[in-house]
Design a protein around this ligand. Structure first.
Ligand code: ZN
Length: 263
């Protein structure tokens, strides 16, 4: 019967939690399959256009015995093929590697210090709220580790041997701050701007289509990703009634379309 020493187990917990804070984050991407197909079609078309242009250059250069130009065009084709492969891989990727939670917090506090993107596809008002929460957490970590400033946090954390519960709390707070993306999309068109969907960059910078209306479960507030109008909980019923009416109208319109189509 070997039981781990309590001290060793606490050390291990601290180490695991620190790794969660400091290692790159692997995130599953939530993409619309139709958008992926559309992006692939555009990419393939652009690629074929490029190849076609280079092929013409090579043919014309060969006619003039211009070896150097033909060679440059051949190199350009090789490069275009490589880029095409990378782009296709990026478009069809199911996971993205994001910066560590710590780096994402730092980037949220200072968006100009680009550490590879924070995955923040949110409007400015939301980003500042995120920045404030991130700043508070970073300050707590700084105080606990004795790091002189934010730039030394990574280093200070790597050697840190503090209470595991504290680090685990940082990890869970960081995740809470950085992924308010667990908002609920609401089907329907925004009563203010009329948009049902919006195109926004996802965590990798790829443009994705999302429903325009989102409910934030933490505040019970719904807002439109397109025009920024928000509905506080007090107006939730009113919004719900509007959306329900839309659904009924849409269903009626579909029934008409089917009837007209089969006539
Ligand atoms: Zn709107």
């Amino acid at each position: 019967m070997t039981q781990p020493q309590p001290a060793a187990s606490a050390e291990l917990r601290t180490e695991v939690a620190l790794a969660q804070l400091l290692d790159p984050v692997r995130e599953e991407l939530d993409r619309d399959p139709d958008d992926i197909k559309a992006q692939l079609r555009t990419e393939d078309r652009d690629y074929l256009d490029q190849i076609g242009r280079h092929a013409i250059t090579i043919r014309d250069a060969a006619d003039r015995n211009d070896v150097a130009t033909a060679e440059r065009a051949r190199v350009a084709i090789t490069q275009a093929a490589q880029r095409h492969g990378h782009r296709r891989a990026a478009i069809t990727a199911t996971h993205a590697e994001l910066p560590s939670l710590l780096d994402q917090l730092l980037a949220a506090v200072d968006p100009s210090s680009d550490t590879g993107g924070t995955g923040s596809a949110s409007p400015a008002a939301h980003r500042s709220a995120l920045g404030i929460a991130a700043f508070d957490l970073l300050r707590a970590i700084q105080r606990a580790t004795g790091a002189p400033d934010h730039t030394h946090l990574d280093h200070a954390l790597r050697g840190w041997t503090g209470d595991p519960a504290t680090v685990e709390e940082w990890v869970s707070k960081a995740r809470g701050i950085l992924s308010p993306a667990k908002r609920w999309a609401m089907p329907g068109r925004c009563p203010n701007c009329g948009r049902g969907t919006v195109h926004v960059p996802d965590s990798t910078g790829e443009t994705v289509r999302r429903l325009a209306l989102e409910l934030d479960p933490s505040t019970a507030e719904t807002h439109c990703l397109n025009c920024g109008t928000s509905w506080p909980p007090a107006r939730a019923r009113q919004l719900e009634a509007v959306l329900r009416q839309q659904q009924e109208e849409d269903a009626a319109a579909r029934r008409h379309a089917v009837r007209d189509g089969t006539r």
